[in-house]
Design a protein around this ligand. Structure first.
Ligand code: FES
Length: 162
């Protein structure tokens, strides 16, 4: 269980939304990924209480849903931060030190990929290619691209995002 997900009470609205999601697929038991995608689309991340209700209502085991949610990187098990950092790990960026940039960010923020800082200021993500390989290594914060970044510049860049 995740610590952010402490309030287990589901509102009538939440139950209703989840039931709508279940009704939107033909056979929930064979469309678990789709159900989770829709659930995440609605609430921006997958909360235990929502997955539990989904499991309870469809008869799918919670362990199954949780297993899928942790297996695929598209699923977020933490609430998004105010600022989303995407680090490019495509070939172009990788050879130019993308991994070092990612490690530095993990170190400064004290989180791993797909996680959010405790103060909910930043979430960290890794992507395959941001489409500007000539600027490698590249990171993107809230849609703003930072090219040819060095580990020394990271802290200064983050300061711009309150
Ligand atoms: S590989 Fe990083 S922008 Fe393309």
């Amino acid at each position: 269980m995740k610590e952010e997900d402490t309030n287990k009470e589901l509102s009538w609205m939440e139950k209703n939304e989840i039931e709508k999601i279940i009704r939107s697929v033909e056979d929930p038991k064979y469309q678990k990924i789709e159900l989770l995608q829709k659930l995440q689309g609605k609430y921006k991340w997958l909360q235990d209480k929502h997955m539990e209700y989904l499991a309870e209502t469809t008869g799918i085991s919670y362990t199954d849903l949780y297993g899928i949610a942790t297996f695929y990187t598209q699923f977020k098990l933490h609430p998004p931060g105010r600022h989303k950092i995407s680090v490019c790990m495509g070939t172009g960026c990788h050879v130019k030190g993308g991994k070092k940039i990612l490690e530095k960010l993990k170190d400064i923020l004290d989180i791993d990929v797909n996680e959010t800082t405790e103060d909910r200021r930043f979430s960290l993500d890794q992507v395959r290619c941001l489409g500007c390989c000539g600027l490698a290594p590249v990171i993107d914060i809230d849609g703003e691209t930072f090219g040819r970044v060095s580990t020394k510049e990271i802290e200064g860049i983050l300061k711009e995002f309150k």
